[in-house]
Design a protein around this ligand. Structure first.
Ligand SMILES: Cc1cc2nc3c(=O)[nH]c(=O)nc-3n(C[C@H](O)[C@H](O)[C@H](O)COP(=O)(O)OP(=O)(O)OC[C@H]3O[C@@H](n4cnc5c(N)ncnc54)[C@H](O)[C@@H]3O)c2cc1C
Length: 468
């Protein structure tokens, strides 16, 4: 009797416990269900649909080499899998356990209809493993990370099964192209070609990064340098396991060389723990005073214009604009710049963090419910572990501090001819410098939509009012 492998964001064959367990039992039917129903407004966003198309294509062709077929179905996942199992007389379904609230609900539903075997594989350690002495989840990352190290390293990653048996007959499947996951009119994903979705692309990026990890600690905050791993979309889609990342990066290297990187990897676990504890973390602030803050009314002309200027990278703050344009063009943004643009939206424009979170959800190839909510709440100061609201990141000082001149040149080309000391703050540059660079502010590049000082005072006053 075959068993079903229910794939979700775990699109790999190596170090994939559900694949391994199913292959050991006998013939397998690998299934992916495009479920736009159960996540509700958290259905896969536009940029990630692009990634999903290519990742499914890659998994499908790897399975084909093994004589297997990836069955594609569309609809509510638990209902589709249960109906398929019933039709084929199959009882057992193997899957990696997921923690987004909609997946938890789907797992519960499916478990009531078939023998659902859930396996670990999304995280370094499963939620509930690293807790306070009284068994509570940690609310602060630092002690969480300290304790996580005590249960690390994660288990050695396993290879993909050498043999996987096909069933006697294959059930019907949708055609991937019919799902229209790729943008066509217009094709806004032409700048996504730097990515190679799929397990092979993930493993080659991992190997390449492991050779460069020694530069990570010093360089990870410099957006002009390409010194972070860019593994986030691969990790989100589960094309590589975090355990594999840990072992490849840590192998034969001193702890000091890899510690910073591995601690960043551990933030995924911490974020997942946050959504397990607060399933509504994508909408509801961890500190309820943030619901009382006098946010900008987005029905006003100014409110709408400010949000649009931020989304399009036309705020007049070059580092913010560079980040927002990188996001639009490539589906990804450097972490330091994510923090700057998030704080700019929330504090300078006083726009609710959930608006930015939604925009990221649609634009990021690595959009991840836990990581996105947790980081937006961190940036707002509303999270369980967060950057205090009154400590505003100032784009005027962040940009030179992190040497972002070349990054700005790449993403805001209309400023490319400005020298380094002027490019961070063109509206404060000497008239002669602007003239020599051939730049007319207001025409070639927008004036700042808000003044830093006035925005800061407004934000602090709004914050103080939530406490009275
Ligand atoms: C406002 C905001 C929104 C974000 N939204 C997302 C999101 O939707 N999805 C997402 O994966 N990351 C998100 N991040 C976290 C972080 O910016 C990205 O994980 C990182 O930039 C990915 O690039 P990288 O793979 O080169 O990271 P590296 O620095 O190479 O880190 C390695 C891996 O560790 C994990 N990681 C690193 N930093 C964080 C972090 N702060 N929180 C959680 N995990 C982390 C990622 O899986 C990453 O791939 C967000 C950050 C901010 C400030």
């Amino acid at each position: 009797m075959p068993s079903i492998i229910w794939f979700r964001e775990d699109l790999r064959l190596s170090d994939q416990a559900a694949v391994r367990a199913a292959a050991e039992e006998g013939p397998v039917i690998p299934v992916y269900v495009l479920d736009d129903e159960s996540p509700g407004k958290w259905r896969t966003g536009a940029a990630q649909r692009w990634w999903l198309h290519h990742s499914l294509k890659s998994l499908s062709s790897t399975l084909q080499e093994k004589g297997l077929k990836l069955i594609l179905l569309r609809g509510e996942a638990s209902a589709k899998i249960a109906a398929l199992a019933e039709k084929l007389g199959i009882d057992r379904v193997h899957a990696i356990e997921h923690y987004e609230p909609w997946w938890v609900a789907q797992q519960d539903k499916l478990a009531g209809r078939v023998d659902l075997q859930l396996h670990p594989g999304r995280l370094l350690s499963e939620p509930g493993t690293v807790t306070t002495k009284s068994g509570e989840p940690y609310k602060i990352f630092t002690p969480f990370w300290r304790l996580l190290q005590q249960v690390m390293p994660p288990p050695e990653p396993t290879r993909r099964p050498a043999n996987m048996l096909a069933p006697d007959a294959w059930p019907d499947s949708d055609e991937l192209d019919d799902w229209n996951l790729l943008p066509t009119d217009p094709d806004w994903a032409t700048g996504f070609d730097e990515w190679t979705p799929g397990e092979e692309g993930a493993l080659s990026r991992l190997d390449d990064f492991a050779d460069r990890v020694a530069d990570y600690q010093e360089g990870r905050n410099l957006p002009s340098e390409d010194l972070t791993s860019r593994l986030s979309p691969h990790l989100h889609m589960g094309e590589v396991s975090p355990a594999k990342v840990w072992h490849v990066v840590a192998a034969n290297r001193q702890w000091q060389t890899v510690e910073t990187f591995l601690s960043e990897l551990a933030w995924r676990d911490f974020s997942t723990q946050a959504i397990v504890t607060f399933p509504d973390y994508g909408d509801t602030p961890g500190r309820e005073q943030f619901d009382r803050l006098n946010w900008t009314d987005l029905r006003t002309v100014e409110g709408k214009e400010h949000l649009t200027a931020w989304q399009r990278g036309l705020t007049g703050y070059p580092i913010v604009d560079a980040g927002m344009r990188q996001l639009w063009a490539t589906g990804w943004m450097h972490n330091r710049v994510r923090m700057i643009v998030a704080q700019f939206l929330i504090k300078h424009l006083l726009i609710r963090w959930q608006e930015g979170e939604r925009w990221f959800w649609d634009c990021l190839v690595d959009a991840d419910y836990g990581n996105n909510s947790q980081n937006w709440q961190w940036s707002a100061g509303s999270g369980i572990d967060s950057h205090p609201f009154p400590r505003m990141m100032n784009p005027k000082t962040q940009s030179p501090k992190w040497e972002a001149a070349d990054y700005i040149r790449q993403w805001v080309p209309e400023l490319a001819s400005l020298p380094d000391d002027a490019i961070h703050l063109p509206w404060e540059a000497d008239e002669r410098v602007l003239h020599d660079a051939g730049i007319e502010l207001g025409k070639d590049y927008p004036e700042p939509i808000v003044s830093h000082q006035a925005a800061r005072e407004r934000a602090l006053a709004a914050y103080r009012a939530t406490k009275s």
